[in-house]
Every structure is written in structure tokens, then in C-alpha cells.
Design a protein around this ligand. Sequence first.
Ligand SMILES: [Zn+2]
Length: 496
Amino acid sequence: MKKNLVACAFVLFLSALVSFQVSAASTTRLGGQDRFDVAVNVSKNGWSSSTTVVLANWDAYGDTLAATPLAYKYNAPILLTKPASITPRTKEEIKRLRAKNVIIVGGPISVSENIVKELKNMGISVKRISGNSRMEVANNIAKAMGKKSKVVIADGFNFPDALSIAPYAARNGYPILLTNNKHLLENSTQSLINSWAISQTIISGGPLSVSNTVYKNVPNPRRFGGNSRYEVSANIAKAYYSSASTAFVTKGSIFADALTGTVLAAKKNAPMLLIEPNSLPASIKNTIINIGFDRFMILGGPISVTDSIKNKLDNEIVGATIMLDPGHGGTDPGASGNGLVEKEIVMDIAKRVNSKLNSSLAKVVMTRSTDKYISLDQRVKEAEKADADTFVSIHVNSFASSAANGTETWYSARYASSESKELAEEIQKELVKALGTNDRGVKEGGFYVIKNTTMPSVLVEIAFISNSSDASKLASNTYRQKTADAIYKGIMNFYN
Ligand SMILES: [Zn+2]
């Protein structure tokens, strides 16, 4: 959530009223029964009309891998067809767009001459870009785009790396050239590169996709590699989209949904993140968290990208930065009693909260993750520096009388008062419910870390270390996990 809570109380007050609606994570699925529907839905989402349409075979990705920069150049959606005649839904969409030109990518076996005739009968002028191989098709697309200072090279015989780089290549007008089935450049491709004064060659994929021989023979190469298609996609996003808020998400093992979405991604200046149908690969998950994307366009129906992934991306917590502050540390042990030390308990619980938030795609920053001393002022500064959206300080309580027991959560009325109170109430409610402790309530108070942080912030006192019953609970792993789950739930409630 790229929400800059500025340190002006009045603006804070205003943003408190609107920010949680405005910055809400949002996820749009561009799905459909099949790839034709997905292509049409992408087109409908991105274009109310379009002079030009790029038309490609529904099944022959080789010819179309290089088509995205060309389509982007003409602000044209890519639509798909079966080879013999135009697929009816695609024909309808060409009519809706009121297209005057169609660029067919691929030879007559991919998109037949009969289709050319059909289009001409619709009053549309048709241009075909083809070649004797997919590499040549790519070269011819590049030539049609005109001389460029940079080119992109990707594997011509596997699609993921080309799809991952396509939005970036398209947005910047760089053509995509393809390697042959030996992961080398054809002579015609190499001479094309040599004849242009290329200042940089961007290679999408590791040496098994685009060989090191190619790397050595092109001007000023920059390679995006990785151990998997997911890592390549994540690395491209990290390099070129670190300030973007929207990302496209699609299944990395099929090409069709992603292909038609690449032009729309280019229009929205968003990366293409490849995922597994039912899970986010670690590299993609970390990229989402670290860049802080909070708007997602899903390409493909629930079989390609499941609803459970969609719901996860849809959660308001995605894109948020949560500062967790385990109290004390190092030379400051905090309270102790009944064989327990506060700094150790709160560290353990904070780490458990961290891992829960992380799996929900929130970015977590810890004031400390080891047993070291940090001043209260440093904690506040860290939270401001991290541009945290919420701040949660975790403590355990102690009192002279061992009879005192129970749970309380504090907020300060100084900054983001109503949001802080709401966060405190959500966490307190979940803690009491999960732990069955004495509910000491939500309290307003001036603890340094919550008084001086400008974002919604709370300080949790889980239980009393000085009370033997509370302390025996604090000693238990099960109880600590329950505590972490409850703090996590309270934070999630607050965001949702
Ligand atoms: Zn404390």
C-alpha cells in the first residue's frame, strides 16, 4: 500500500477518513472459458476502440512471441484465431473495436488466406508479417518496427521468458528477437543486430534458454536469469518495476492467456508475474511483498489462476508495510519473573506474527530480529523510515502485586488516533478471545513508541509475567502461537 502518511496532523486526519478505501488492494480477473474469451476480455478491458488489431494463431506461440512490441506500437490488442476461418468471438471483437487494419502474425498455415479474404470482405486492410521460421518472423517484426537502440533476446522454443519481458520490451519499443532450437542466434538475426547500432541487448532467460555464445556475441548484454521461469519473471519485475503498483499475474505453464495480456500490461506499465496455478512461487511472493504491488490483473480463469490465489491478492493487507516492534532487547531485558524474561518472549511472538503476515503478502519490518538493544527513539525513526502503514509494539506486563493479570492494548491519541484505537480494539478482541485471559481493555496512553509514530500504532501487553498463571501460559509454545495468531488476526481485521 503506497500510502504516504505525512506527519501533518490535519492531513492525517483527512487521510484517516478516506485512505483505507482509496488505497484498497484490488484484483481484476480477465478470465473466460478459453483463450479466445481471455483475449477478448483483455481487449475489452483495454480498448474501447482500436484502429489496428494484431491477429495470431491460437496455438502457435512461436510466431507470436515477438508480436507484443508491434501491437503496442499500434496500440492494438492481440486477438487469436483458429487457422481456417476467423473464430466467431474474435470476429465480433474486431467489429466492436471498429478496426480498420489487421496485422496477421505468422504464415498461411497459422492464419489462412481465407481469413485474409474474410477480413477484406469486412472492409479491413490486412498486412501479414511472416517468415520461414519463428526467428525470421521475429526479425521481420523488428524490421517493421524500425531501427532501435536496444533489442531483447529470448528463447524462441519456450515461451515464459519472452512473455515476462514482453511488457517492458513493448513499452520501450524494443523488438524481441528469438533464439533457435539450439539456443543460438540465426545468422539473419545476428546480422540484424550487427547492422543496428545497438547500445544494449537485454537477454531474458538463463544460459539454457539463450546460450552464453549469444551473450558473448551481442553488444552490451544484460541477462535476466534465474533457476526457474518464475525467478526470471521476478528478476525482471525487480529491475524495471520497483515503483509500479499494478502487476499482471498469470499461470507460467501456458502461453495463451499471458500472450494477449502482455500488450495491456505494457499499456499499464505493469510487469507480467508468472505463477503456479495454485501457489505463488517464493521469488514471486517476495517480489510482490518487496515492491508492494497492491493492484493485480489476473489473466485466465480459475483453472489457470485459482480463486484462492485471487482472494489472497485481493486482501487489503497486500502491499501494506507493518512494523513489528518486539520490546526491549540486549542490555534491556524488560520485565522478568517466574523464570521468564520479557525480551525473549516478545521476540519469539513477534517472529511468529511476522511469518503469518508474510504469508499474507504483507511487508513486515522488525525493529529488531535479534537480541540487541535499540532505543525507543530509534524504533520510532525506523518505523518512519520504513514508511510503515501500521506499528505494533509487543510487550508483556509486570506489577508489584503478583495478583495483577490479563491482557491490555494501548494506543495514543496523538497521531492517527481513531485508526490506532481501532487497531488496538481489533487486536485486544482477538487476544482475549484466543487466550481467554482477563480483558483489561483498550487504553489510551503516552508510551513513547506509540506516541511518536505518526502511523496507526499500538502497544500490546499480552499478559503479566509477574502472575504465575499468566506466566505459565507465556512459557508455552502453544500459547505463544495462539498469541501470534490473535495479533495477526487483529491486524487483518483492521485492514479488512
Ligand atoms: Zn515491556
